[in-house]
Design a protein around this ligand. Structure first.
Ligand code: HEC
Ligand code: HEC
Length: 341
């Protein structure tokens, strides 16, 4: 009798708990990958890893679980914080286990489904492989993938969660683990900013925003074109004259790529400070001052900046204000509020 009533209480609790999270009011297509028609086709091959609610939820739990690191102290979410579009608001260079500083600033992981290559240097060409790099990097999670899989197999919850998500045999293997993490990241599509609502005729820009958009289109969109505000290419935007971090040159081993970095998306840019691959700028004002006044010459500096002398993009104080006003329209507050993440 006592046992039965305990079970009833447990069921009751489970029920209350799911109502609390509001899960039952979510629309049926919540866990379906959706993109607006003005976005490019995704690069991710969904047929090999179809998204399900169970797979997504498992990926979310893994993403937030420090069990992925050697000393169980660092989760993916330490460096990719949801409230700031999954970047790291605190550290110029990311901070791994034992407070080890990395070499680069943690980028936003919104719209990863559309990205052809990953990392500031494009060193990883498939989303499923990104996690291995983070886990095995001694300056990040400092763990071995095989050991993470062993820890998950020994865990009280994970084996059942993997079986539910993938109808797998008894043991967890790395492909399923990587697929679950990708399922979580793939649904992080940022397409609800004011900019998007204007494109969809659900809102209108103020005159200041229109003026900002015009400056942006004249001076920035060669490299940061809508709708994702990146060409996905690599460029040297004049941060240095000599390169401690070779960037794209590290991967291609070609001198013409030294000092080039992946052109970052500007979606949610008002939230994703600090800026640049090494997080050297704290504010958008500093970034705009860089383009206006501090672009440095080097062999691989992008020709776009050489149209001015000294090289750069001249911006008046008024243009800078207008640009900042426009950049604010790229912030997706709906994404940050979305309870599923
Ligand atoms: C210690 C901080 C840290 C942790 C922990 C971390 N990351 Fe990252 N992440 C970074 C940094 C820094 C980069 C950029 C790396 C580079 O360019 O070399 C990055 C890049 C990425 C990218 C590519 C983004 C892009 O635009 O190219 C993805 C996706 C990503 N991380 C996902 C994850 C996942 C999944 C985990 C957990 C398995 C994780 N990260 C753990 C710091 C971290
Ligand atoms: C020739 C290509 C090019 C042009 C033109 C250009 N950018 Fe960039 N931008 C880049 C590259 C490359 C980076 C990353 C550089 C790095 O981190 O080493 C970058 C980085 C940024 C960042 C930091 C993003 C982050 O997540 O850290 C901002 C903000 C930015 N650009 C805004 C602008 C604005 C505003 C303009 C126009 C005034 C502009 N850019 C013009 C190539 C360009």
């Amino acid at each position: 009798m006592k046992k039965i009533s305990q079970i009833m209480v447990a069921i009751g609790l489970a029920f209350t708990c799911s109502c609390h999270q509001g899960e039952d009011v979510l629309p049926d297509d919540t866990y379906v990958f959706k993109k607006p028609d003005y976005f490019p086709e995704p690069t991710y091959t969904f047929v090999n890893n179809p998204i399900t609610r169970q797979g997504f939820e498992l990926g979310k739990r893994l993403f937030n679980d420090p069990i992925l690191s050697s000393d169980n102290s660092v989760a993916c979410s330490n460096c990719h914080v949801k409230s700031v579009a999954f970047t790291d608001p605190q550290h110029r260079l990311s901070l791994g286990v034992e407070e080890r500083p990395g070499i680069r600033n943690a980028p936003s992981i919104v719209n990863m489904a559309f990205m052809p290559e990953f990392f500031w240097d494009g060193g990883v060409n498939h989303l499923d492989f990104v996690a291995i790099n983070a886990i095995e990097n001694p300056l990040e999670m400092n763990e071995k993938l095989g050991h993470v899989i062993a820890k998950l197999n020994d865990h009280p919850d994970y084996p059942a969660l993997f079986r539910k998500a993938f109808s797998t045999p008894d043991t967890i293997t790395s492909p399923y683990f990587l697929h679950a993490l990708s399922q979580f990241m793939l649904l992080i599509v940022s397409d609800q900013s004011k900019y998007d609502r204007v494109i969809r005729n659900q809102a209108t820009f103020t005159s200041a925003e229109i003026a900002g958009k015009e400056v942006f289109e004249n001076k920035c969109s060669t490299c940061h074109p809508a709708p994702l505000f990146t060409t996905f290419g690599y460029a040297n935007n004049g941060l240095d004259t000599a390169f401690e971090d070779l960037g794209r040159g590290r991967i291609s081993e070609s001198s013409v790529d030294e000092g080039k970095f992946k052109i970052p998306t500007l979606r949610n840019i008002a939230l994703t400070s600090p800026y640049m691959h090494d997080g050297r700028y704290q504010t958008l004002d500093e970034v705009l001052d860089h383009y206006d006044q501090h672009v440095l010459p080097s062999a691989t500096l992008d020709p776009f900046f050489k149209q001015s002398d000294p090289p750069g993009i001249r911006l008046s104080p008024d243009e800078k204000e207008k640009l900042k006003t426009f950049l604010q329209t790229l912030t997706d507050y709906e994404l940050l509020k979305n309870p599923i993440f």
